[in-house]
Ligand binder design. Structure first.
Ligand code: NDP
Length: 336
C-alpha cells in the first residue's frame, strides 16, 4: 500500500525470491538490459515522496513506487552481464537501481560509469553522486554566492547540507548550520569547519537563535527542511538575500503542508527564493567531478557517511532519515 504519516520499517518487507541470475535472461536479450550486482544503495528523503499516493502537485514530476515492487533508488553496482553497448561485464556504475542483491535494469541510461575508483565507492551515492551535484549546483547556480556573505544551511550535517557548508567555507563565506543533535553540532563545528552550528531541537525560539548567529542577517539560506524554520529564516534574511529551496523534509510526512506566515518578507526585503532540482543540472556533472575529486584527495572537503550493513537493515536506515538517526549520508551496503 501507499504510505501515510511517518514511514515505518513495517511499511516495507524483505523477500527471499528467485534464484540468483548471473546472465541477462533470454527473454531480455533483445533489449539493451544490464544485469548488476548492487554494492551500495542510497537512502534519500525523496523516496518518502515516492511512497505517497500520487497527487496533483507531484504527479507530473515523480513516478511513485508501485506497492509490492522493489524500491528503486540511487546505488552503486557492478555489471555482471550487459546487452547495452555502453556497458560491459566488470564495469562499476552508479545510477538508478533497485533495492535488491542483483537487479536486471532494462533502462540503464541513468547509469554513469565510475572512472575513479581510488576513492570509496560508497561516495558515488553521496559526494560523488546525486547529493554532491545537488549541493554544488544548488549553491553555485541558484544562490549566486559571494565571498564574505552570511550563509545558513538547515539539515546541515546531511548528505547535501554538509557539502553546501564546505563549499561556502571554501569560497570565504561565514557559515552556520542547524542540525538535530549535540553530536551533529559538534561535527559541524569541528570536523566540517562550519563557523557555528546549533541544535534546532533545543531552541524554543528559532527567530532568536538566528538573530544570535546572524546579528546582521542572512544573505543565503540553503533550505532543506521547511516549516517553522523557514518562517524564522524569512524574518532574518537581508535585503536582496537568496533562498535556494532544495527540499522541505519536515513536510514530507504530513497530509497537508504547514502554512508559512512570513512570506511578505520576500517583498519587503526583495528576496529571491527559488526551488530547484538536480535533474536540471546533470550537464554540470563532469565539471563537478573535476572540481571535487582533487578536493577529496587533498582533504579540502571531507564527507560524513553512515553505512548500514546489509539489505535487511535498509528499511530501518531509510525510515531513520525522518528521525535524524543518520549522521551524514545514509548508505546501505549490500553484501559483496
Ligand atoms: P539528509 O542526509 O540530510 O537526511 C535527512 C535529515 O533531515 C535527517 O538526518 C534529519 O537531520 C533532518 N530531518 C528529518 N526530519 C526533519 C524535520 N521534521 N525537521 C527538521 N529536520 C529534519 O538528507 P539529504 O541531504 O539527502 O536531503 C536534504 C534535503 O535535500 C531534503 O529535503 C531532500 O528532499 C532534498 N534534496 C533535494 C534534491 C533536489 O534535487 N532538489 C536532491 C537531493 C535532496 P537532523 O538530525 O538535523 O534533524
Amino acid at each position: 500500500n501507499y504510505v501515510e504519516g511517518v514511514p515505518k520499517e513495517s511499511d516495507m518487507y524483505i523477500s527471499d525470491t528467485a534464484t540468483i541470475k548471473l546472465k541477462v535472461p533470454h527473454e531480455e536479450e533483445a533489449s539493451p538490459s544490464v544485469l548488476v550486482k548492487n554494492l551500495y544503495l542510497s537512502c534519500d528523503p525523496v523516496m518518502r515522496i515516492l511512497m505517497r499516493k500520487p497527487g496533483d502537485e507531484t504527479s507530473s514530476y515523480f513516478t511513485p513506487f508501485a506497492p509490492g515492487s522493489p524500491l528503486s533508488g540511487y546505488g552503486v553496482a557492478k555489471v555482471l552481464d550487459s546487452r547495452h553497448p555502453d556497458f560491459k561485464e566488470g564495469d562499476l556504475v552508479w545510477g538508478t537501481t533497485k533495492w535488491e542483491d542483483f537487479s536486471l535494469i532494462t533502462t540503464p541510461e541513468s547509469f554513469h560509469k565510475i572512472q575513479h575508483a581510488d576513492v570509496p565507492l560508497s561516495y558515488y551515492t553521496g559526494i560523488l553522486g546525486m547529493p554532491g551535484l545537488t549541493a554544488y549546483a544548488g549553491f553555485n547556480e541558484v544562490c549566486s554566492p559571494k565571498k564574505g556573505e552570511y550563509v545558513f544551511i538547515s539539515a546541515a550535517s546531511g548528505a547535501v547540507g554538509q557539502l553546501v557548508g564546505q563549499f561556502a567555507k571554501l569560497l570565504g563565506c561565514y557559515v552556520v548550520g542547524s542540525a538535530g543533535s549535540k553530536e551533529k553540532v559538534e561535527l559541524l563545528k569541528n570536523k566540517l569547519k562550519f563557523d557555528e552550528a546549533f541544535n534546532y531541537k533545543e531552541e524554543h525560539d528559532l527567530n532568536a537563535a538566528l538573530k544570535r548567529y546572524f546579528p546582521e542577517g542572512i544573505d543565503i539560506y540553503f533550505e532543506n527542511v521547511g516549516g517553522n524554520l523557514l518562517d524564522a529564516v524569512l524574518l532574518n534574511m537581508r535585503v536582496h538575500g537568496r533562498i535556494a529551496v532544495c527540499g522541505m523534509i519536515s513536510q514530507y510526512n504530513l497530509d497537508r503542508p504547514e502554512g508559512v506566515t512570513n512570506l511578505m518578507c520576500l517583498v519587503y526585503k526583495r528576496i529571491h527564493m527559488q526551488g530547484f532540482t538536480v535533474r536540471d543540472y546533470y550537464h554540470l556533472y563532469p565539471k563537478y567531478l573535476e572540481y571535487i575529486l582533487p578536493c577529496i584527495r587533498e582533504g579540502r572537503v571531507v564527507y560524513l557517511e553512515d553505512i548500514a550493513e546489509g539489505l535487511e537493515n535498509g528499511p530501518a536506515a531509510l525510515v531513520g532519515l525522518f528521525s535524524g538517526r543518520n549522521v551524514g549520508k545514509q548508505v546501505v551496503s549490500v553484501s559483496h
